[in-house]
Design a protein around this ligand. Structure first.
Ligand code: UTP
Length: 298
């Protein structure tokens, strides 16, 4: 039994505009774009559920109603599948459904930044630690990233930020952490810097979109001024919280795909399709043929 308060709730900020994916995201939220056969958001909710999360809090915005529908029962569809004996499809639908009362939806009325989106969840989360999962980052793993973070949290408490290795020459694109002493399979987090200038990154560990945070972050976010890009930044609030509370880093050893970018989204589709034995058998030769067609002629 851990002496720290359990992490029961997870927050999914899904209120961003998804401008990098226009026009696809004009009417369809980017979190509902499909990687092989599931919307991106479903992968992330499944990861949270596998980590023992009991309550799923979605911070949504305009045009995001379809996310709420996705995690609700669809009576007519279920009845039709049952009448037609499509039990496999029915089971797939039911497995994805959180139990009644396990989801909450709140609106971020204007996309003022990730920090502001997290703050919008304060009334639903209340005074307890919570997980934060960025829904456009999906992860291929043996063991879920959040599950491993919860294990670390049960030993060390405090706040936990997940990280992953990236090539040193790529560090200027990400939030990068400063690594301290090793602790219980994680490490003490000595600092964080958003998109460091080339050649100045304090490590090659980028923040890959999974956090466990203490509720004191909310009062800091309440008065947080807009930072980079005119948005209320979560990193700025975490740096303030780190002056008063311990922060630990966890290094994820699976692979994260940033489905908010075209490149990451396409890579995710290829990786997940190749990990599916049936699809992989069909796709490999197709891919090889395509590659040989587009290869530059010698
Ligand atoms: P991003 O900056 O990657 O998302 O935010 P975005 O703003 O939708 O993307 P682009 O740059 O316009 O293409 C990371 C996460 O934070 C959420 C986003 O939905 C995304 O999951 N977010 C961001 C909010 O919920 N509200 C905001 O105001 C900003």
């Amino acid at each position: 039994m851990s002496r720290y308060r359990p992490v029961r709730k997870a927050v999914f900020p899904v209120a961003g505009l998804g401008t990098r994916f226009l026009p696809a995201t004009k009417a369809v939220p980017k979190e509902m774009l499909t990687v092989v056969d599931k919307p991106v958001i479903q992968y992330v909710v499944e990861e949270a559920r596998a980590a023992g999360i009991e309550h799923f809090v979605f911070v949504t915005g305009r045009n995001k109603g379809v996310i709420e529908d996705h995690f609700d029962i669809q009576v007519e569809l279920q009845q039709t599948l049952q009448d037609r004996g499509k039990t496999e499809a029915l089971e797939i639908l039911q497995a994805a459904l959180p139990a009644p009362g396990q989801t909450s939806f709140t609106r971020q009325q204007a996309p003022l930044g990730l920090g502001h989106a997290v703050w919008c969840a304060r009334e639903i989360v209340g005074d307890e630690p919570f997980a934060l999962l960025l829904p456009d980052m999906i992860m291929q793993y043996e063991k879920g990233c959040l599950s491993s973070m919860v294990e670390l949290y049960e030993k060390v408490g405090g706040n936990i930020v997940s990280t992953e290795e990236v090539a040193m020459e790529e560090t200027h694109k990400y939030g990068i952490v400063m690594r301290g002493q090793d602790v219980e399979g994680g490490f003490r987090l000595e600092g964080m810097v958003e998109k460091p200038a080339r050649g100045t990154a304090p490590s090659n560990l980028f923040i890959n979109g999974r956090y466990i945070l203490q509720p004191e972050i909310f009062s800091i976010l309440a008065t947080q001024q807009a930072g980079t890009g005119g948005e209320i930044q979560l990193t700025d609030a975490m740096l303030t919280l780190a002056e008063k509370q311990p922060f630990f880093g966890y290094t994820f050893t699976g692979r994260t795909f940033d489905c908010g970018s075209k490149e990451g989204f396409i890579k995710a589709n290829i990786a997940y399709a190749l990990a599916n034995p049936e699809l992989s058998q069909i796709l490999r030769p197709e891919m090889e043929a395509l590659l040989s067609e587009v290869s530059p002629k010698k």
